[in-house]
Design a protein around this ligand. Sequence first.
Ligand SMILES: [Zn+2]
Ligand SMILES: [Zn+2]
Length: 651
Amino acid sequence: MGEINVTFEDGATERLPAGITAREALLAHARNGGGNRKQVERAIAARVANGDASAAVVDLGRPLVGDCRVATVAPDSTDGLDVIRHSSAHLMAQAVKRLFPETEITIGPVIENGFYYDFKRPGGFVAEDLPRIEETMRAIVKEDLPVRREEVAKDEAIRRFRAMGEHYKVEIIEGIPEPIVSLYHQGEFVDLCRGPHVPSTGRIPAFRLTSLAGAYWRGDARNEQLQRIYGTAWASVKDLEAYLARVEEAKQRDHRRIGQALDLFSLHPIAPGSPFFHPKGAVVYNLLVQFVRALYARYGYSEVITPLVYKTELYKTSGHYELFKDDMFLLTVEEEEYGVKPMNCPGHCYLYGIGKHSYRDLPIRYADFSRLHRFEPSGTLAGLTRVRSMSQDDAHIYCTPEQLDDELDRFIAMTREVYSAFAFSTDRMSVTLQTRPEKFLGRVELWDAAERALQRALEKAGFVVTPLPGQGAFYGPKIGFDFRDVLERTWTLATVQIDCAMPERFGLRYVTPEGTEATPVMIHRAVLGTLERFIAILLEHTAGKLPLWLAPVQVRVLPVSEKVAEYAAAVADACRTAGLRAEADLRNEKLGYKVREAQLAKVPVIAVVGEREAGAGTVAPRSATPGQEAVPLAEFVARTAAEARVPGGAA
Ligand SMILES: [Zn+2]
Ligand SMILES: [Zn+2]
């Protein structure tokens, strides 16, 4: 065999014998003073690029046959974790076959944070099987079985899997067009697989089986039912434990759980995906609307009220009938087809088109809190984050091309103001710019100009922008403001979008200073987005501890004994007179119990009153710092009311 040129991460090239494995090449380079031996030993796989082909992650044992570039893949890198997770799927399948040899294996891909494998086992698995499988997996890790790749002819692979009784594997291989397939062996276990894998089972650092679920062969409900076992795998035990703690924390913070504990909302099969907001939930909901309304007054928006149900003719004009029809609720009335609106824009365009507009009237900013309905399959509905019935702090702006930059600046300013009201710090925010997708409506010149305008506005505001090419909506490019919550999950909140299609489709016009007619620019924007979803995010981010201005109950007054019940009621009254949502807990219970209950109900201000307070006309608040000094009642009320003011009013 001849020699090949192998180039390493440090840029150095070495002549090495053809057929040398990636690992041997990396070690040889380290021995010659290049690269880092520890890094090579820690590597879980290699990244190899031949010629101008893009780099592929391969086994460390993969022979290098031509000139190439080679790099290590660390276990805790994205690629490294994929290798560990897929290797964990093989490990689990091997353990299952050892424990339950009658099981047939199907597929076992990598998913976010983990992996699964679908099995067909007569009699099926029960949850109690998972610890046993996990134990056998750990035993196989201890055996440190080498993982070996083998390439065989398709017919040979089919013959082998048929002999093993693995009919699903046979079916998969029969569908592969290439004449050669690759198999991965570890001990007695073999699986059809493209790889790459860890070099040996001992190199799988940390995993946990998490759940058992039903699945169908090839994901099709008409096919045979299988069972899926889910697991998670990480580059270290520490990472695994941190992940499991995050999952546990997310469970504790689940907005459905908090919503029930605080009696905010509930969902029922009578109206799937359509939440019932209870009185306390409605308080939160309406305060969000009130908050945004105050901003609208300052930022020059006009609120409108528009129909919920339109003839589908409207959606044919807007383009939604063609592209969004499957997500809409349609109905027939007097032999005509109607649709419940999934969004406000078509109605707003219609409204704009009713009157005649001069450049002097622009910009026109229509805001609308209307209820919207979108059809989501019942299987995908989840709490307040995936609903069929929703409302948004939605608005559409119609302006001249000259006014566009100013409108975008105003929107960004308003967005900043909203986030500061929720104490969302800037380091938790990031910005994306989503540009023209392959399928789009409208003219390319409009798209280019719109994308440039969005870019300009973001640069001016000093944001670091992540471009997402091709991910804009079909009618225009979009800016998304992403919020990272305490569980490190990212949610898109505010969005602003320039519409390159709808104004022309509706034939919208305004009269220019020259007396000619022109098409206005249309902007779609929302800051909170869907109120339902925003409430869910806020509840999970704050674990239910809403800011004082948004808390359904702001003050709870707790008398130390029955003797001061009357004074406690008077304190609550004084708070309510000042506009606070306050109540007195006059039940005949121990003070400690009442304090705990108020804390569980996430009441931000707890005011304890005893005989001393009643005598002196004071209150001892127990909000942030316990043991705070008693303050005169009037001062307490004034201070709390000032702190509880809904933000966003006139500055
Ligand atoms: Zn595999
Ligand atoms: Zn819109």
